[in-house]
Ligand binder design. Structure first.
Ligand SMILES: Cc1ncc(COP(=O)(O)O)c(C=O)c1O
Length: 413
């Protein structure tokens, strides 16, 4: 393979990384959970594409795991960041743009009266849980089974290094199953502080599941009846389901919603947005961080929202994603392969019906797509950005054809 990045191939960087970093590239970026040969080190990215250090070019259908929503290096976002950076990024106080962005967010998000900023999704999902307890004076928070809210001790999918106390006041229910929510509430009489869930179920490597109207409306009613707060984790779905709150179509407004990833097109920014009644608790709880107030990310956030609105980014992402989903389903059907394509068009995922639990066919499919310049992950939903155009769609569907061919010819299990 050609070496294009300062004389270092991906393999050479890997060798250095495993010595200087635990497991080398770790967490959800870990190659151990990705297709064999997947790129580990990224040299640069622009628009809908990125280039790894070995000079391979890919359409970025992971959108950097969600944050890139209007394209890498979007000119308007970059210009806003450069302008802000020339004034101040990390100052002894926030830049004025923080107020502009907070005002924009509360006007955009249904029921929103205030915003608290942070950096990562986990900062604000955790803050939401804390505020639900501070506001209600209760302890129990219900969490959907299998949901991901970050890698902090209360919500980490692994339990190494955590103690039972980290999860002591949590209980669990199943998405789209109101009876399981009621049962969980009954196990903790008069102690419901809140219910946190993502508005769309996106299990790792599993079929994605849309909420039913009955579930959405019923959850709101249960929260109201039992005095707990409804918390939406919009970290992944934010700006990709609706340009606003995800359950708006059901007339359901959460009491608080946690946002991250896409709201600043790749700049580190998260936001918790809440209703007026919770302003007291939100004012009293001590929540801050060295980098939570930086101006560049706020400027990026404001510009990202402007670009999204002006260019109807969500509309074009939906159209692109729908055509991708249809093309993928048709390619599989043409070869007689059973495929389950799920998710909103802006966050598609697919698995082959014949696949076992280890997703061997998805490994083959995504690796083949990768070799044809389409970057997908075998066990995580994919993301569409507004930078993806006709040329990207043509190339993506050509890669998909090669991917389903490889699956059709595969001899697994
Ligand atoms: C639904 C959801 N919530 C929370 C998080 C945590 O966000 P972060 O990784 O920015 O802490 C993620 C990250 O993937 C997520 O998908």
């Amino acid at each position: 393979m050609t070496t294009t990045f300062q004389g270092q191939t991906g393999l050479e960087l890997d060798e250095r990384a495993v010595k200087a970093l635990p497991r080398g590239v770790a967490g959800h970026f870990s190659p151990q959970v990705n297709w064999p040969g997947s790129p580990h080190f990224i040299a640069r990215a622009d628009g809908s594409r990125f280039w790894d250090v070995d000079g391979n070019e890919y359409i970025d259908m992971m959108c950097s795991w969600g944050p890139i929503v209007v394209g890498h290096l979007n000119p308007q976002v970059e210009e806003a960041v450069a302008r802000q950076h020339a004034m101040v990024d990390c100052g002894p106080g926030p830049a004025p743009v923080m107020v502009d962005l907070a005002e924009r967010l509360v006007s955009l998000i249904d029921g929103g009266a205030w915003t608290l900023f942070a950096k990562n999704g986990a900062d604000v999902t955790t803050l939401a849980v804390t505020l639900s307890r501070a506001h209600t004076g209760r302890r129990t928070v219900l969490v959907a089974n299998g949901a991901y809210h970050g890698s902090l001790p209360w919500c980490n999918p692994n339990t190494q290094g955590t103690v039972p106390g980290d999860r002591e006041s949590l209980d669990y229910f199943d998405f789209n199953d109101l009876a399981s929510v009621e049962a969980a509430i009954d196990r903790h009489p008069d102690d419901l502080a809140g219910i946190i869930l993502s508005p769309y179920r996106q299990p790792p490597g599993g079929d994605q599941e849309a909420p039913t109207r009955e579930f959405a409306v019923g959850l709101r009613e249960l929260c109201d009846r039992h005095g707990g707060l409804l918390i939406h984790d919009e970290v992944r779905t934010g700006m990709r389901m609706e340009f606003g709150t995800a359950w708006g179509e059901f007339g359901v407004t959460p009491d608080m919603s946690a946002w991250g990833k896409a709201i600043a097109n790749g700049y580190a920014l998260a936001a918790l947005i809440g209703k007026e009644e919770i302003r007291g608790a939100a004012s009293e709880v001590f929540a801050t961080g060295s980098f939570w107030w930086t101006g560049d990310a706020m400027a990026a956030g404001l510009a990202t929202l402007e670009v999204m609105e002006r260019e109807d980014a969500l509309g074009s992402m939906r159209e692109w994603g729908t055509r991708f989903q249809e093309g993928l389903a048709a390619a599989a059907a043409a070869r007689g392969l059973g495929i389950v394509v799920t998710g909103p068009p802006t966050m598609p995922y697919a698995r082959f019906e014949a696949d076992g639990d280890d997703r061997a066919l998805n490994d083959i499919f995504t690796a083949t797509c990768g070799k044809h310049g389409l970057y997908l992950h075998p066990r995580h939903n994919w993301f569409v950005s507004a930078a993806m155009d006709e040329r990207d769609l043509d190339q993506a569907l050509t890669a998909v054809e090669a991917g389903v061919d490889a699956v059709a010819n595969a001899d697994v299990g």
